[in-house]
Design a protein around this ligand. Structure first.
Ligand SMILES: C[S@@+](CC[C@H](N)C(=O)[O-])C[C@H]1O[C@@H](n2cnc3c(N)ncnc32)[C@H](O)[C@@H]1O
Length: 205
């Protein structure tokens, strides 16, 4: 599938109807989500025919993108049941198969090398300090091949240090810096849209 087609399909997905700020529910826009998964698939061979887990899957955007690029199996995990319902109907609309699990990532226990690749846009840790790193640590434990994740560019040095030194990642590479556009979703948002500088990372466990 071509990048433009992937982006256009992701543009039709429903997103959070009742977003919960405590869970940092912000959708990854199609422009970023499509490039993230397309790069993982076509530059690194980490999606097609692989078992992919989408951590904090929300309405399923990254997992569905992986299924559209022929992942062997996709598992979406989120703590929020309402988002998982939307993810299910999004997957049905596009006629792709993804397994959905309601689970707090902190309680996730996974045994054995089942998952090749984790893709995620985790909470950035603005509501619960450290939740970005909690997601990363768990992802590096679960993935056998690679982890793709978005993190605020302002945390770049810290993320790299912790991933390599504390989480035993064998590599931590920023693939590109992106402008993550956050639409006006919550009452405290004063502007129509805000851009945040975000890094697309590839880690190897
Ligand atoms: C920034 S949103 C990303 C949503 C979706 N992956 C996307 O790319 O559009 C973060 C997601 O993480 C989920 N989340 C937050 N804390 C969580 C936790 N402790 N365990 C599992 N999911 C969590 C939220 O419900 C939300 O769907």
């Amino acid at each position: 599938m071509k990048l433009k087609q992937l982006e256009s399909l992701l543009g039709n997905l429903d997103q959070f109807t009742e977003p919960k700020i405590d869970l940092e529910q912000y959708p990854t826009r199609p422009h970023i989500a499509s490039r993230m998964i397309y790069t993982a698939a076509n530059t690194f061979g980490d999606i097609t025919s692989k078992v992919v887990a989408d951590f904090g899957c929300g309405c399923g955007t990254l997992g569905i993108a992986s299924a559209l690029l022929d992942a062997e199996n996709v598992i979406g995990i989120d703590v929020d049941s309402l988002s998982l319902e939307t993810a299910l109907s999004n997957a049905e609309d596009l006629e792709v198969n993804i397994d959905l699990v309601q689970c707090d990532i902190h309680h996730l226990e996974w045994r054995g090398p089942v998952v090749n690749t984790v893709v995620m846009n985790p909470p950035f840790g603005t509501r619960k300090k450290g939740s970005d790193l909690d997601f990363l640590l768990k992802a590096l434990k679960v993935a056998s091949d690679a982890v793709y994740s978005l993190h605020k560019s302002s945390t770049r040095d810290h993320i790299k240090r912790v991933a390599l030194r504390d989480f035993n990642a064998t590599s931590a590479e920023v693939l590109c810096e992106l402008r993550f556009d956050v639409p006006q979703m919550y009452k405290f948002h004063k502007k129509k849209e805000v851009d945040i500088a975000v890094d697309l990372w590839r880690f190897t466990p």
